[in-house]
Write a protein that binds this ligand. Structure first.
Ligand code: GDP
Ligand code: IMO
Ligand code: MG
Length: 447
């Protein structure tokens, strides 16, 4: 048995949804610990596409419990839409549980997120506009509304009448916006509360009971390491902690229950929103990666910025998350390229720099130092074992494992569940991986 954290090792959208769905076949419980409906996780099963924002990516397995933990922020309206989408597709949501201590994204959070972005002008952060920053700000300021507040009519009236009047002052005076009608908002949210009530639980206790029964628990990350509020590219980050440590805080489990941490990284890099991106490709190759990788945001539809794989960031993700192994996704997107580059280090003010600089202005001045490889220029999307891969593709993976001094456990070659090479099952398998720490491939015959 193993309890496993899956995190994004780059700027989000690494394919965490696909990897979590894949690993969920061996999980009893899947937990989302942080973030809100800024996340967009895509799962493709037998040609059918599921887009999830808050519901854990284990939901397609009828016997798997899915828990939205206390460190998340919940937009009830979007969550109910997501539930309706799953019901239309005949997916059962009976085993979905929502933490009563998670904070709730309210209409004023969405309005304030968009209004403050507009006011920032050229200093905007490029948020998803889903009210995430303002919801977490209220949580820190201790004026937030929690799921348990929604469940108590009198309590909600009392809290929201005061809060909405306070927020209306900001909406009207600072942003020149129409005020919200407190009674209309209360009515709307009480209605949401009744629909969600059957799912609401003490999530930390529920997870603890599963731990006691030695169940397999999968913690599904949202966003990515470089979007972490404390360790990412501040201020161009989200307002929660997507790193591995955040999974413990956000689900209410101690670090001693975690057996393994898997970092998901694309075979190249993408970023949505503003902020520095050393390996960004603005020309033809960036366009090709965007087209072949269908790099448009699952949540906002915005085009993702594309660039070469950045091993400085990869090493940083290994350090910050204590990664045991990697899942490399979207290798197939590189199939047509004549030449593939990898950033092995930066040049900072004329000096080589091998470590991710925690000083934001230094990071903005970093220029990539590349190593180039000949591309394999043949399709990999049908490959199911290491032996099926073209030698140059295998060498590319080997190089990444060496650069990050971390084994690769999973390689993804397409959006579908089956377009995957799993050499080691990180839940059941021994601590052995596709490529060892020296980058040497190991046999894949025991899948
Ligand atoms: P997440 O936020 O980390 O779950 O990632 P997203 O779902 O936002 O974005 C990843 C996108 O890539 C989705 O459209 C996936 O269906 C797709 N995808 C995942 N793995 C692969 C892969 O190996 N190859 C290709 N071509 N697409 C993939
Ligand atoms: P998943 O889970 C990619 C980015 C936004 C913006 C910054 C702050 O699908 O990987 P926010 O709305 O959170 O205040 O925006 O964070 N961002 C993501 N980028 N994937 C995500 O989630 C993201 N969630 C937030 O684009 O740059
Ligand atoms: Mg996404």
């Amino acid at each position: 048995m193993a309890n496993v954290i899956v995190i994004g090792a780059q700027w989000g959208d690494e394919g965490k949804g696909k990897i979590t769905d894949l690993l969920s076949r061996s999980a009893d419980v899947v937990v989302r610990s942080q973030g809100g409906v800024n996340a967009g996780h895509t799962i493709v099963v037998q040609g059918q596409t599921f887009k999830l924002h808050l519901i854990p990516s284990g939901i397609l397995y009828p016997d798997t419990e899915c828990i939205i933990g206390s460190g998340t922020v919940i937009d009830p309206k979007v969550l109910l839409e997501e539930l309706a989408q799953l019901h239309r597709l005949e997916v059962s949501t009976d085993k979905l549980f929502i933490s009563q201590t998670a904070h709730v994204t309210m209409p004023y959070h969405r309005l304030l997120d968009k209004a403050s972005e507009e006011k920032r002008g050229k200093y905007k952060l490029g948020t998803t506009g889903r009210g995430i920053g303002p919801t977490y700000a209220d949580k820190s300021e201790r004026t937030g509304i929690r799921v348990l507040d929604l469940m108590n009519r009198d309590h909600l009236h009392e809290k929201l009448e005061w809060t909405i009047n306070y927020k209306n002052g900001i909406l009207e005076k600072l942003y020149n916006l129409e005020p919200l009608d407190p009674q209309a908002v209360i009515k709307e949210y009480l209605d949401y509360a009744e629909q969600l009530r059957p799912h609401v639980v003490d999530s930390s206790l529920k997870i603890y009971e599963s731990i006691k029964k030695r169940k397999n628990i999968l913690f599904e990350g949202a966003q990515g390491t470089l979007l972490d509020l404390d360790h990412g590219t501040y201020p161009y980050v989200t307002s929660s902690n997507p790193i591995a440590g955040g999974a413990c805080v956000g689900s209410g489990v101690g670090p001693t229950v975690i057996d393994r941490v898997i970092g998901v990284a694309k075979a190249y890099t993408t970023r949505v929103g503003e902020g520095p991106f050393p390996t960004e490709l603005k020309g033809e190759v960036g366009q090709l990666l965007g087209d072949r990788g269908a790099e448009f945001g699952t949540t906002t539809g915005r085009a993702r910025r594309c660039g070469w794989f950045d091993a400085v960031i990869g090493r940083y993700a290994v350090r910050i998350n204590g990664l045991d192994c990697l899942a490399i996704t979207k290798l197939d997107v590189l199939d047509e390229l004549k030449e593939i580059k990898v950033c092995v280090a930066y040049e900072l003010d004329g000096q080589p720099c091998h470590h991710f600089p925690s000083n934001a202005s230094e990071f903005a001045r970093c220029r990539p130092i590349y190593e180039a490889f000949p591309g394999w220029q043949t399709s990999t999307s049908h490959c199911r074992t290491l032996e099926d891969l073209p030698k140059r593709a295998l060498n590319y993976l080997k190089f990444l494992a060496e650069l990050m001094d971390t084994p690769i456990a999973i390689v993804s070659l397409g959006a579908s569940r089956d377009q995957t090479i799993i050499v080691e099952d990180p839940i059941h398998g021994p601590k052995r991986a596709l490529l060892d720490a020296n980058g040497e491939p190991v046999s894949s015959t025991n899948n």
